[in-house]
Design a protein around this ligand. Structure first.
Ligand SMILES: [Fe+2]
Length: 197
């Protein structure tokens, strides 16, 4: 009498499903942590009502510019673009209000500025329903492209602090005057890094 043994392995158990992925990092906790690391420096910037002050910070990339801004109550940037730079800003403490328009014309003066730095910026038409308005509180990130024109204001009674990053490091800005009657932002000045800030 003979016996046989089976060498066939038992079917493997199906693999356990992977654990659920942790939530993707978002800008808010990073900005909150960054804001905390800057708190010891905020006392160096105490602008009076209606005024702003700023401090250049080491940027994480050599071609970037990074600034800490302090906004006294009632202060504002006035209407401006960022030349050929894109960027982002985030409120660290307090609240800022942004009035913004997107430049839509591909033949804008910024193109001439890119080619020859002629400073020949042009007026920017307002959209029919006016500028977009956005209120930004702590740890809210506002990225923008080079077609972005805005006026950022502190409309509160408290000092606000914000962090701004530009790439490239803001070699040029254009300033505008709001002409509501004509529905235009009228170009008034061209400012350059190293000369005007
Ligand atoms: Fe700006």
């Amino acid at each position: 009498m003979s016996t046989t043994t089976s060498t066939q392995a038992a079917p493997a158990a199906p693999p356990a499903p992977p654990p659920p992925a942790p939530p993707a990092p978002s800008a808010q906790p990073l900005l909150a942590a960054l804001g905390q690391s800057l708190v010891p420096h905020l006392g160096a910037l105490s602008p009076a009502p209606g005024e702003r002050s700023w401090l250049r910070l080491p940027a994480p990339e050599p071609e970037w510019g990074m600034w800490l801004l302090a906004w006294g109550p009632g202060s504002s940037t006035g209407w401006h673009d960022h030349g050929l730079s894109a960027g982002a800003f985030a409120v660290l403490t307090g609240e800022l209000t942004e009035y913004a328009v997107t430049r839509r014309r591909p033949d804008s003066g910024l193109v001439a500025t890119a080619a020859g730095d002629s400073g020949a910026a042009c007026d920017v038409p307002l959209p029919p329903d006016g500028p977009r308005v956005r209120r930004l509180g702590p740890a809210e990130l506002r990225p923008f492209g080079r077609d972005h024109v805005h006026d950022v204001r502190n409309e509160t009674a408290a000092i606000a602090y914000s962090l701004h990053v530009y790439a490239p490091d803001l070699p040029l800005m254009h300033r505008y005057r709001l002409d509501e009657e004509r529905g235009l932002l009228v170009h008034t000045a061209t400012e350059r890094g190293g000369e005007d800030w």
